[in-house]
Design a protein around this ligand. Structure first.
Ligand code: G3P
Ligand code: CA
Length: 283
C-alpha cells in the first residue's frame, strides 16, 4: 500500500527542502514551497509552533522577530494576529541578492493551509518544535494528519529533537515514520543532549544500544554534521546507524562539496536550503 511505498522510497536518497527552498525565498512561505516543488524536492520540511488559540503554525523560531514584522512569542498571538504579519520582507533585506518584490507581505501559514494546497501531491517532513511548551501539539498534529488521510497515503515523516514528543506521536499512531534529530557538540560545551535524546553527547561513543533505543520508535536519525567547522560524525557513524536499521538524514547541508562528501558516506537524504544544488550533486 501507499505507506509501504513510502517506506520503500525512504530507502532511496531523499532531497528534503529545509523550510522550503529557503535559500531562494523566505522560509515557510508559498514562494519557498513552490520553488521546492519546482526543483523536485522529495519532502517539504515544516517546523511547527502553536498560536494562542491553538492553531498549528508553520514557523521555525518560537518568536516572530527574525522572520516577520511582528515581535514576541508565536504562542502569545492569535491566528488572526499572525496572519496579518509580513513574513517575507525580512528576506529581501537579509538577502538582497535573492530579493523579489513578490516576497513582501508573504503570509505566515497554518499547517491546514499547506495541506489544503498540496494534499498528497507532496510529502511533508514535519518537526515538532518545543513540544514541552505546547503539550497539545502532538495530538492536534496527529488528528489533523489522520483526518486528511496523510498517514495512510504515506505522505508524512515526523521529526523532533525531543524523544518525548516522538514517543507521544508513536503512541498516538504507530504507523507514522519518525526521525530522531540529534545535535552533537563537544562535551565541554554542555551536557544537554543526553537529556534530550538519551544519546551520548559524543558521537564517537554512541553504542549499538543507543541506536537501538532510537530504532524502537524511529526509522531514522537526523544529525548535524559539523560543529564550528569540525566534523562531529563520520562514515562509521552512518555505517553503525545502518547496521542498527536506522536511516541517516543530516541537516542542514548547503555546500556542494559537503553534499558530495556525505553522499560518499552513504547517507540516505539531506536537509538543504538549496534543493536544486543537492539534486545536481546526486545526479
Ligand atoms: O529539522 C532538521 C533541521 O531543520 C533541524 O534544525 O533548527 O533548522 O529546525 P532547525
Ligand atoms: Ca527543522
Amino acid at each position: 500500500d501507499a505507506l509501504e511505498q513510502q517506506l520503500a522510497d525512504l530507502q532511496d536518497f531523499q532531497v528534503i527542502a529545509h523550510r522550503g527552498a529557503s535559500g531562494y525565498a523566505p522560509e515557510h512561505t508559498w514562494p519557498a514551497y513552490e520553488k521546492a516543488r519546482e526543483m523536485g524536492a522529495d519532502y517539504l520540511e515544516l517546523d511547527l509552533h502553536m498560536s494562542a488559540d491553538g492553531k498549528l503554525m508553520v514557523i521555525h523560531d518560537d518568536t516572530l522577530d527574525r522572520t516577520t514584522d511582528g515581535e514576541g512569542k508565536v504562542k502569545d498571538h492569535t491566528l488572526e494576529e499572525l496572519k496579518a504579519l509580513d513574513a517575507g520582507s525580512w528576506f529581501n533585506q537579509a538577502h538582497p541578492e535573492q530579493a523579489d518584490d513578490a516576497y513582501a507581505g508573504a503570509e505566515m501559514l497554518t499547517l491546514d493551509e499547506v495541506i489544503d494546497r498540496y494534499g498528497t501531491d507532496v510529502r511533508y517532513y514535519i518537526e515538532t518544535k518545543s513540544p514541552e511548551r505546547y503539550p497539545e501539539l502532538q495530538r492536534a498534529l496527529v488528528e489533523t494528519l489522520e483526518a486528511e488521510g496523510l498517514v495512510e497515503s504515506g505522505s508524512v515523516v515526523i521529526q523532533s529533537f525531543s524523544q518525548d514528543s516522538l514517543q507521544q506521536v508513536h503512541a498516538l499512531n504507530a504507523d507514522i515514520p519518525l526521525v530522531q534529530l540529534v545535535w552533537y557538540y563537544p562535551e565541554e560545551d554542555g551536557d544537554g543532549l543526553a537529556e534530550w535524546t538519551g544519546v551520548t553527547p559524543d558521537p564517537a561513543e554512541i553504542s549499538d544500544a543507543d541506536f537501538q533505543d532510537i530504532a524502537d520508535y524511529a526509522v531514522g536519525i537526523g544529525p548535524n554534521v559539523t560543529y564550528e567547522g569540525e566534523d562531529v560524525i563520520d562514515a562509521s557513524f552512518v555505517e553503525q546507524a545502518h547496521a542498527n536499521g536506522l536511516l541517516v538524514h543530516p541537516y542542514t547541508i548547503n555546500d556542494p562539496e559537503q553534499m558530495q562528501r556525505l553522499l560518499d558516506w552513504g547517507v540516505d537524504g539531506m536537509f538543504t536550503n538549496f534543493p536544486d544544488r543537492l539534486k545536481e550533486v546526486v545526479e
